[in-house]
Design a protein around this ligand. Structure first.
Ligand SMILES: C=C(O[C@@H]1C=C(C(=O)O)C=C[C@H]1O)C(=O)O
Length: 263
């Protein structure tokens, strides 16, 4: 995956992180592949709503869902191998993140210390199950809830990583033009910040590119050539997912991060 942080050649090759909007955007482009493939994989299963609808946990008696229980348990395990030491990763449920039980990579301190407080995963969870999933998969229930939960987690983590990458985008935009952003940050003016950070031409290019990726990665391959092309996931839906949810939520993260940037 393209690294957002490149070592600055001017620093004699030492590992001084140089953040650039181009490298950040390169990483977002590479994340499109992961997102498109995770959506294609999830579309293998029907909705399987009993997996994520509230039910009673037989162990604890608490009301939860199979998928929520699965995600909570996986996040604890992933925290213990250092997943959340990476500033690109944000947990859905972990309040007190366990320390890694192994030595972990030391990530360069790029983001403002308040970046950890920007976490919109509750909103991502709701959007995913209530709005996105019913559009992506066929209705029905095949009972394969464990595989469905694993596939939903892959989608949720890919979407969350992409949306919270907005912290890195916001940081590099601030560093490139602090004089433009500081007045709006001091005024806590969300509208002004949203206007400053929006690049509509880039957004249009993103939507077109992910549609093409869904056409390419998701096409039904036939041995006998014919005119009709079928896709595992509707490419127009993938473009809509970016346009209606992923891009707007990424910008929400950018604004929330910038509001805290001068704290
Ligand atoms: C991510 C960026 O910020 C905004 C969000 C974008 C997106 O989510 O794809 C694209 C352009 C900007 O409006 C960026 O400038 O690259």
């Amino acid at each position: 995956m393209a690294k957002a942080v490149e070592s600055d050649p001017g620093s004699g090759g030492s590992d001084v992180p140089r953040l650039s909007l181009d490298s950040i955007r390169e990483s977002l482009i590479r994340q499109e592949d992961t997102i498109v493939f995770s959506l294609i994989e999830r579309a293998k299963f029907p909705l399987n709503s009993p997996a994520f609808e509230e039910s009673r946990c037989l162990d604890s008696g608490n009301s939860s869902s199979l998928t929520e229980f699965f995600v909570r348990e996986i996040e604890i395990l992933q925290a213990k191998v250092g997943r959340y030491e990476n500033p690109e990763e944000n947990p859905f449920f972990l309040e007190n993140i366990p320390h890694s039980v192994f030595p972990t990579h030391k990530y360069p301190p790029i983001l403002h210390t308040k970046a950890v407080s920007v976490n919109i995963n509750k909103r991502i969870w709701d959007v995913y199950f209530k709005e996105l999933l019913p559009l992506l998969v066929k209705p029905g229930d095949d009972g394969d809830y464990p595989s469905t939960a694993a596939s939903d987690l892959a989608c949720l983590q890919a979407l969350s990583r992409r949306i919270h990458y907005g912290k890195f985008v916001a940081e590099v935009k601030f560093r490139d033009a602090p004089q433009d952003y500081e007045p709006a940050i001091r005024a806590q003016d969300k509208e002004a910040l949203m206007k400053l950070l929006t690049f509509e031409k880039v957004e249009e290019m993103v939507k077109r590119r992910v549609q093409k990726k869904a056409e390419t990665f998701g096409q039904e391959v036939k041995c006998v050539s014919g005119d009709e092309k079928n896709y595992k996931v509707d490419p127009l839906l993938v473009s809509r997912i970016y346009g209606e949810w992923l891009i707007p939520l990424t910008k929400v993260v950018e604004v929330e991060y910038l509001l805290r940037r001068l704290d």
